[in-house]
Design a protein around this ligand. Structure first.
Ligand code: AMP
Ligand code: GLY
Length: 427
């Protein structure tokens, strides 16, 4: 089989890495890919959101399956276009993808289907938003409706700051994504990312992980796309996973099917583990980044039959995936300045002798300039390690980071702290 992987981040590198290990696969093409993905197969310079370009590439290479990573490509209708071209595609339609691309849609949808989530109001102007704030208690959760690269949420401790946030969003802080705003009840608890595969009719739990969204140690600093992740998450028991599948994922899959937008692909349920059980923070219509890097290193089963079953149907006939009985951690190396304005173009040197046992380094925002590996994005490298315990996996990951020479990069030193209940690791 020939498989096209769409995207260029660490998530897509991890998917391509796992796909390339499948005995069913003869070649992997990544578009636009990155230097890490170039080591697995061919890369083609077609942007993820270039729908016509991706369809042409899939036809030209004779792709048996297209696997889409980023949400922007889903929202742009890439899955719909592949469908029209008769090419099997692992990604939901743009209509089903609205569970991620519009928070207002998602919240109203969750209410219609009795999915436990925070109480909310949707507003279209600053005056209504400020009036709505008065009907909630602090801290105030204020969200831009549209896609904002995981950064469109402001949590304000006071009403005054909440009003300032409202003005900033309607003033264009998140561009057109903030033309509509959702105000929500704050939910307290630990967050978990739960993944489920779907073929339009059937849903199957497909792993979970915990992510660190803030930029700096001690969960301080601005929200990012994710600075690190690990699995398994001790806070998320099998019983909680079952409850989340029954109360959150399955009603959503049934609801989308009855509303005429059957869901195919992966659903990423961002959950808050509250003292009344798991509640939905958000749905994403794609795999998480960096959660996927962790999932792919823990997955023992061949990934490809699952991706194919999502695209073509027949997921219910497959057994639940097998996971290695080991812990995996992923530490994100980001360019100084991320998530604001990351410094681009700095040189990175990886150890010539490679990395130790159980360590895999996925590329995200990297480029090769004059033969030199350089930073070309915010999140640049994902150092992942697998070991019998999380403590050992973490030690392996940080040892590997010490072998990378990149003065213009930074990373968190406390990935996994919730699970390990320990402080930041020293240099
Ligand atoms: P989202 O983009 O909706 O995932 O929100 C980004 C982050 O904001 C989440 O991962 C949570 O940490 C936080 N957040 C969003 N909504 C809520 C909420 N209703 N209560 C508490 N925290 C929230
Ligand atoms: N790591 C969170 C996300 O992919 O949205």
């Amino acid at each position: 089989m020939k498989i096209l992987v769409v995207g260029s981040g660490g998530r897509e590198h991890a998917l391509a890495w796992k796909i390339a290990q499948s005995p069913l696969v003869t070649s992997v093409v990544c578009a636009p890919g990155n230097p890490g993905m170039a080591a697995l197969g061919e890369v083609a310079a077609v942007a993820a959101v270039d729908v016509a370009g991706q369809v042409a590439l899939a036809k030209a290479m004779g792709a048996d399956l297209v696997v889409v990573g980023p949400d922007a490509a889903i929202a742009a209708g890439l899955s719909d276009a592949m469908d029209r071209a008769g090419i099997a595609c692992f990604a939901p339609s743009a209509a089903a993808g609205r569970i991620e691309s519009s928070k207002a849609f998602m919240k109203a949808f969750a209410s219609r289907h009795g999915i436990p989530t925070a109480a909310f109001e949707t507003v279209d102007d600053a005056a209504s938003a400020k009036a709505a704030l008065g009907r909630f208690a602090p801290p105030y959760v204020i969200k831009a409706d549209g896609l904002a690269a995981g950064k469109g949420v402001i949590i304000s401790p006071t009403l005054d700051e909440g009003r300032t946030a409202v003005d900033a969003i309607f003033g264009g802080q998140f561009g057109p994504a903030g033309a509509r705003v959702v105000i929500e009840e704050f939910m307290a608890g630990e967050e978990v990312s739960l993944f489920a595969l779907c073929d339009g009719a059937h849903a199957m739990a497909f792993g979970s992980a915990q992510d660190h969204k803030r930029a700096f140690d001690g969960d301080q600093g601005p929200n990012t796309g994710g600075m690190g992740a690990y699995a398994p998450a001790p806070a998320f028991s099998a019983a909680l996973e079952e409850a989340a599948m029954e109360q959150i994922v399955e009603p959503a899959i049934r609801g989308l099917a009855t509303e005429g937008a059957p869901y195919r692909g992966v659903v990423f349920a961002g959950l808050m583990l509250t003292n009344t059980g798991p509640r939905l923070v958000e749905f994403n219509a794609r795999f998480g980044d960096p959660e996927t890097q962790v999932l792919m290193m823990r997955l023992q089963s061949d990934l490809v039959p699952y991706l194919l079953a999502c695209a073509r149907g027949g997921l219910a006939a497959l057994p639940p995936p097998l996971w290695r009985d080991e812990a995996v951690i992923c530490v994100v190396l980001a360019a100084r300045g991320y998530p604001g304005g990351p410094v681009a173009g700095s040189a990175i040197t990886l150890p010539a002798s490679g990395f130790g046992e159980g360590v895999v380094v996925f590329h995200a925002g990297t480029a090769i300039a004059d033969g030199q590996l350089t930073a070309a994005g915010g999140r640049v490298l994902n150092v992942c390690a697998r070991a019998p315990s999380l403590a050992e996996a973490r030690a392996r990951a940080y040892e590997a980071i010490n072998q990378i020479v990149w003065p213009d990069g930074f990373h968190r030193r406390d990935i996994g702290w919730r699970a390990l209940e320990s402080g930041p690791l020293g240099e």
